[in-house]
Each structure stands twice: as structure tokens, then as C-alpha cells.
Write a protein that binds this ligand. Structure first.
Ligand SMILES: [Zn+2]
Length: 282
């Protein structure tokens, strides 16, 4: 079973514009139309059984729509293979109600993005959400490290993440991008081996320019196979989750990259699906 733990979709009305804007900011190209149907086609084509969609609330008012759509999406997971997490913003003072409503509606987890939300991950407004989510048994997936579209913004660097791990001791915390995009030395030093999950999203893929003229200037910050496998083993293959960051990578190609990275078959099987199935309890 292959589960992609890190994907994104956008509402049909804004998908084309959102992809264009994010693509301009990051200088990298999308590989689907960025909508649910595009993701569904992509997982089918790639032999992926389930994709977890991670919506981000970039303003406090967005949680209602995001979470309504998430609950509707999850009514059809059996047919579509698409499972959505919920969204919440650090300035939602009613965070306890939002989280318990998600829990009561069967949503498995939430996504936080300290950079897009412009709040440090070790700010109390983030920590209280992680604490409450953990108490309810929800998974918290957080963007980790720098963001390709916001160079230098440090709201989610490993030095902040470790403060949250120490203070909150969350049970089901997933750090995207192998614990910190473009911060891998700090991840190895501060995060590897801690009782958290890391996802593989956008860490070992080549980064192609939007206009198709070759590789982006950011390509050389990606992990080599050797660095990737070393980090997997230093952390534990039992707590690594396959994520592609679709539409920002080709899911089928990403599965192959993981399989051919130098992991053992047993490690690859855990990472590509078994760990996620256990965490999601499916
Ligand atoms: Zn992502």
C-alpha cells in the first residue's frame, strides 16, 4: 500500500491563479492542475492508494470553509483515495472548539504552516494548538524549515521546532520536508531520533524551473540519496512518511526516487505506506 502523506489541492475557482502565483514565488513548476480531480488522476496513474491533502488557513476566517470542504472530501475517501486534514490559524482563539469539531467529524489531523501564517512555531499560539490536538489524538503536520517561496523566513526552523517538542511532547507530530527544508545539518543535530515523524516531501526531487528551461537555482539544496538515507537511518525508518508535495512534484516519479534512493526494500515499504497506515489507523 502506498500513501502520499503530503499533497495540496486548491478550490476550482482559484486553483489556476494560486498555482501560477506559488509557481512564480518558488520558481518551480506544478505537475497537475492543482485540483482534487487532478490529484485523483495523478494517484491513479502513479499506483498510489491514498493521498493526504493538507490545506493551510492563511487567515483566521478561513477555517470554516476549509474544514467544511475537508469533511465533505472525507465522505468520499473510499472511492477517491483522497483524505483531507483540517485547517486552523494560530489567531483562532476558539481553537479548542475547532479542534474538537474536527475530531468529532472524523478528521484525522491538521496542518500548520508557520511561514504562510507568519507566526513562529514556538509561539504560544502555535504550541497551544499542538498541545490540544495531541490531547485529542489528532495528528499535527507542520511545514518545517525554510520555504522556497519565502527565502530567509525562519518561523519553522529546527531551533524553534525543538522548543515545541520539548515543551509540548506531542504524540503525533509530523515535520514536513524531512524536518526542515534547507536546514538539514540542524535537523541531523537537533531533531533526528526524536519521537516525531518526518515526511519526505520536496527533499530529494530535482527542482525544475517553471518555464521548463532546466533546473532551478535551489536544486543544489536538495538532499542527495546518500544524505537522505543517512538521515532516514539516524532518525528511524519507522517514523518517516512518504510525501510528494504534489502538485510540486510528479507523484509517480517521486515513488521511484524513494525506491531507488538506496533504502532497503523493508525500509522503503515502511516509508511508502506502512508507517502512514499505522499513524492514520486505517
Ligand atoms: Zn507542501
Amino acid at each position: 500500500m502506498i500513501i502520499d502523506f503530503h499533497t495540496h489541492t486548491f478550490p476550482p475557482k482559484i486553483a489556476a491563479a494560486a498555482l501560477d502565483k506559488l509557481s512564480d514565488n518558488s520558481g518551480s513548476r506544478p505537475y497537475s492542475n492543482g485540483m482534487i480531480d487532478g490529484l485523483q488522476d495523478s494517484i491513479k496513474k502513479s499506483g498510489i492508494d491514498m493521498a493526504v491533502v493538507l490545506p493551510v488557513a492563511t487567515s483566521p476566517s478561513q477555517y470554516e470553509t476549509i474544514n467544511r470542504v475537508a469533511i465533505e472530501t472525507n465522505e468520499h475517501t473510499d472511492e477517491t483515495g483522497i483524505l483531507s486534514f483540517g485547517g486552523i490559524h494560530p489567531d483562532n482563539d476558539n481553537y479548542k472548539d475547532i479542534l474538537s469539531s474536527l475530531k468529532n467529524n472524523g478528521v484525522k489531523g491538521i496542518k500548520l504552516h508557520p511561514v504562510y501564517q507568519n507566526v513562529n512555531f514556538d509561539d504560544i499560539r502555535m504550541k497551544r494548538i499542538v498541545y490540544e490536538a495531541s490531547s485529542l489524538g489528532l495528528i499535527t503536520l507542520v511545514h518545517a524549515g525554510y520555504d522556497i517561496g519565502f527565502p530567509g523566513w525562519n518561523q519553522a526552523v529546527p531551533q524553534r521546532i525543538i522548543n515545541v517538542i520539548k515543551d509540548v511532547e506531542p504524540e503525533k507530530l509530523v515535520l514536513a520536508h524531512m524536518g526542515g527544508w534547507n536546514c538539514y545539518e540542524d535537523v541531523c543535530e537537533l531533531i533526528a531520533g526524536k519521537e516525531v515523524y518526518l515526511d519526505t516531501a520536496f527533499t530529494i526531487n530535482p527542482i525544475e524551473k517553471k518555464d521548463g528551461t532546466g533546473l532551478s537555482k535551489y536544486n543544489d539544496v536538495q538532499l542527495t540519496n546518500e544524505q537522505f538515507v543517512n538521515l532516514v537511518r539516524k532518525h528511524s525508518a519507522d517514523r518517516i512518511l512518504f510525501g510528494s508535495d504534489s502538485p510540486w512534484t510528479d507523484q509517480g516519479q517521486y515513488v521511484e526516487l524513494i525506491k531507488n534512493s538506496g533504502l532497503t526494500d523493508e525500509e522503503a515499504e515502511k516509508i511508502l505506506g506502512a508507517n502512514a497506515a499505522r499513524l492514520l489507523d486505517i
